[in-house]
Ligand binder design. Structure first.
Ligand code: HEM
Length: 164
């Protein structure tokens, strides 16, 4: 039931990917893949949202639970089972921190290179987004703040999803 309502809320926010939305994106923005290859750029308007996430300590704690959710999720588990999860968590914290205009530097690889050859499909991507939303709910991040981060992450599907 909760999973259903989470999906519904994300769909309403336009953040989960339906066939129609993804097809439209591709047609409307054929030259965006280079821009999306790197992480999302800083947005100074999101500094208050960074505080709502509890600053960097809040992000560290959030990403810990996010990774636990990814490992507990049968859809995403196989992707993360054999990687250096501590390293991925560090990179995710830095990436989210930069996106939310926090005092961090992202030193990880660009999104296209990282996920190339992984065979991520739309269902995998949506499962990860839901696992992140579950973690944000566990941390009682206000819904509006959640959607600010998700809105920055969602366009990355263009380079992360490589399989039908
Ligand atoms: C917006 C969505 C996503 C974001 C922002 C994201 C972000 C990241 C970041 C920052 C890293 C670490 C990069 C580095 O080590 O340099 C990473 C690694 C990874 N991601 Fe994603 N990712 C997303 C979606 C996905 C999806 C949908 C999957 C699969 C279901 C996935 C699977 C992985 C795996 C397995 C790694 C580890 C790769 C390795 O260490 O070899 N990611 N991701």
């Amino acid at each position: 039931m909760l999973k259903h309502s989470v999906a519904t809320a994300l769909l309403a926010a336009g953040l989960l990917l339906g066939n129609h939305a993804a097809a439209q994106d591709t047609m409307a923005m054929p030259n965006q893949s280079a821009a999306m290859a790197a992480s999302a750029p800083r947005d100074p308007a999101l500094k208050p949202v960074f505080e709502e996430f509890g600053g960097k300590p809040g992000l560290v704690s959030l990403v810990n639970d996010f990774m636990d959710n990814l490992m507990a999720d049968p859809v995403t588990h196989p992707f993360f089972a054999n990687v250096d999860r501590e390293h991925v968590k560090k990179e995710l914290v830095d990436q989210f921190c930069v996106i939310l205009d926090g005092p961090c530097t992202y030193t990880g690889r660009d999104m296209a290179s990282v996920h190339k050859g992984m065979g991520v499909n739309r269902a995998d991507f949506n499962a990860l987004v839901e696992d992140l939303q579950k973690a944000m709910n566990q941390h009682k991040i206000p819904f509006r703040a959640q959607n600010k981060l998700l809105a920055k992450l969602a366009p990355m599907h263009k380079v992360i999803i490589t399989k039908k």
